[in-house]
Write a protein that binds this ligand. Structure first.
Ligand SMILES: [Zn+2]
Length: 480
C-alpha cells in the first residue's frame, strides 16, 4: 500500500479497516478521517477532496501504542527517528523509569521540543536521580529527614517542570538503600501534582511478596496511584504464585488503593548482573551459588554486555565457564570485579506471565527502548499480538489493544490519546492481524517486526510499509 501524499496537509481517510478503538469493545468496520492532527470523524465518513486515502481492508486500525516503561531517554538525542520503536506501533514513550531519569526535567523536555523525535515522549522523575543529587556518593545508607525534604523538593520541581510521576528502582544500587518512609514522602510530592508512583519493586524473586506489599503501602500512605513495573515472579521459589500475587493486588484494589501493573511478553528479564544476588554479597561464593540456582542455573544467564570481555557477549555464563575451565560461580565473581555486566536471565514461566496478562489492570509495556539488548526493545507490542492473541489465545485482540492504548493513557491522565474517537490526537497504527509478528531474538535483539503497515503520530505518517518516512512530529507530553 504505497501512500499518496495528502494535498491538504495532514488530511487522510483510512478506509475499510477493522477499528479496535482502544476501549476493549469488539472491532467494527469503519472509516477514520484525520485532519489537523486530530481524528475528525469515525464511521461511514467519505474521503473529502484532497484527502490521501489509505485502503485498510483486511487491516486493524488501532490507537498508537503507549509504552509506559521505555528506556530511550539518552538514545533519542542520537536516534530521534526511533525506528525500532515506531516499527512496533509505539507512538508515545514514557521515559525515566526504574528510578533513573534525565535531570533537570525542564531542560530535558525543552531539548526534546527543540529536537523532535518521530514519537511523543513523557518523562518520570527518578527517585535514584534525586537521591544521588542530594546524597552524592554517600548514598549507601538511610537518608536523614533533612535530606528527604530536599529530595521531595526536587521531586516537586521535576513535577512542576512537566514530569508525569515518580519512578523508583528499589532493586538497584542507589534506590535500594531507601526506606519505605522516604518513598512515601517523595510520592506525596508527586501526588500533589497529580502524578503516579511507578516502581521497579524491591524484589522480583523470593521476596517479591514483601515487595508487592511495600508498593501497595506506599500507594496507601501517600494516596497516590501505583504502577508496578514489569510485574514478574523471577525465581524458582515463587514460580506458579501469580494467583497469590493477583489476590494480594485485587484485595488492595478492593479497599481503594489504585494499583495497576505492566508486563513485557518475555520469560527473561534484562538487567545488571548484580541484581541476581539480593544480599549484595557479589564475591561470596555461597550467595552467588544460591543466586544462580534460584534462576534455574548458570545456563539461564546470558551475558549481553561486558566491556572487559566483549567476547562473552550473547553467551551464557554456563558456556563461558566451561570454555574457560572455571566454575560459573568463580566466573560471576570475576565478571563483577571486572566492572559488571548486562545480562538477560530466563527465569520466569509462561503460566505466571499468562495469569498476569489476563488481569484487566495489567498493561503491555516494553521495559525496552532504542538499542535495547533484549528482544523486548524491538518486539514487545507485535509479540503480544502475534503470540498471545493470534497463536495462544491468551487475550482477544480488543483487550490486547486496550492494554496498549487507553489503559496506559488513563493511567497517565492523557485524556486525548489512547482511543479512536472524534477529537482525539491522531496517533494511529494500521497493522495486519494475520501477519504482525516480532522478529527480534536474544541474539539479534534489534530485528524489526513485520506486519505494521502504517503509523501516524499527530496525523503525520512516520512509518509507511516497512520504512520510516523521516517525519518527526513527536510531541512532548507534559501536564504542566
Ligand atoms: Zn525495571
Amino acid at each position: 500500500m504505497p501512500s499518496p501524499r495528502a494535498q491538504t496537509p495532514g488530511a487522510w481517510t483510512i478506509v475499510g479497516g477493522a477499528i479496535a478503538d482502544g476501549s476493549g469493545r469488539p472491532v467494527r468496520t469503519a472509516n477514520v478521517r484525520i485532519a489537523g492532527g486530530r481524528i475528525a470523524a469515525v464511521g461511514r465518513v467519505a474521503p473529502q477532496r484532497g484527502d490521501a486515502v489509505v485502503d485498510a481492508h483486511g487491516r486493524v486500525v488501532a490507537p498508537g501504542f503507549i509504552d509506559i516503561h521505555n528506556h530511550s531517554s539518552d538514545e533519542l538525542a542520537s536516534d530521534p527517528a526511533a525506528e525500532t520503536q515506531i516499527a512496533q506501533g509505539i507512538t508515545t514513550a514514557v521515559l525515566g523509569p526504574d528510578g533513573s531519569s534525565p535531570w533537570p526535567i525542564g531542560d530535558y523536555l525543552a531539548e526534546r521540543r527543540r529536537s523532535r523525535a518521530a514519537l511523543n515522549v513523557a518523562v518520570m522523575v527518578g527517585h535514584a536521580t534525586v537521591r544521588r543529587l542530594v546524597m552524592k556518593d554517600d548514598y549507601k545508607r538511610v537518608a536523614r529527614p533533612d535530606e528527604i525534604a530536599e529530595m521531595a523538593a526536587l521531586v516537586d520541581r521535576g513535577m512542576r517542570e512537566g514530569a508525569v510521576g515518580l519512578s523508583s528502582g528499589l532493586e538497584y544500587e542507589v534506590g535500594g538503600y531507601a526506606e519505605t518512609s522516604e518513598l512515601v514522602e517523595l510520592a506525596k510530592a508527586a501526588a500533589r501534582h497529580g502524578g503516579i508512583y511507578m516502581s521497579h519493586i524491591r524484589d522480583e524473586a523470593d521476596k517479591a511478596f514483601d515487595a508487592f506489599r511495600e508498593a501497595i503501602a506506599i500507594g496507601e500512605r501517600a494516596r497516590i496511584p501505583v504502577q508496578i513495573s514489569h510485574i514478574k515472579l523471577g525465581t524458582v521459589g515463587v514460580w506458579h504464585k501469580a494467583a497469590e500475587a493477583i489476590g494480594l493486588i485485587d484485595a488492595a484494589r478492593a479497599r481503594g488503593v489504585d494499583v495497576t501493573a505492566d508486563a513485557y511478553p518475555y520469560n527473561a528479564w534484562s538487567s545488571t548482573i548484580t541484581v541476581l544476588v539480593p544480599d549484595k554479597r557479589y564475591d561470596y561464593p555461597p550467595s552467588v551459588e544460591k543466586a544462580l540456582a534460584d534462576v534455574g542455573g548458570a545456563a539461564s544467564v546470558l551475558v549481553v554486555r561486558h566491556a572487559a570481555h566483549p567476547e562473552y557477549e550473547f553467551r551464557t555464563l554456563d558456556a563461558i565457564a566451561r570454555d574457560r575451565g572455571t566454575s560459573p560461580v568463580d566466573l560471576f565473581i570475576q565478571i563483577v570485579k571486572d566492572g559488571g555486566a548486562g545480562v538477560v536471565c530466563a527465569s520466569m514461566i509462561d503460566d505466571d506471565i499468562r495469569a498476569f496478562y489476563r488481569q484487566r489492570w495489567v498493561m503491555v509495556a516494553s521495559d525496552g527502548g532504542i538499542n535495547a539488548r533484549h528482544p523486548r526493545g524491538a518486539g514487545t507490542f507485535p509479540k503480544v499480538l502475534a503470540r498471545y492473541v493470534r497463536e495462544q489465545h491468551w487475550l482477544d485482540l480488543p483487550e490486547a489493544i486496550r492494554k496498549m492504548t487507553s489503559a496506559p493513557a488513563s493511567r497517565l491522565k492523557l485524556s486525548d490519546r489512547g482511543r479512536i474517537e472524534k477529537g482525539q490526537v491522531a496517533d494511529l497504527v494500521v497493522f495486519d492481524p494475520g501477519t504482525i509478528a516480532d522478529r527480534s531474538t536474544f541474539s539479534e535483539p534489534t530485528l524489526l517486526p513485520v506486519g505494521v503497515d502504517k503509523v501516524f503520530v499527530s496525523g503525520e505518517l512516520v512509518w509507511d510499509d516497512g520504512k520510516p518516512t523521516g517525519a518527526r512530529p513527536g510531541q512532548v507530553i507534559a501536564p504542566r
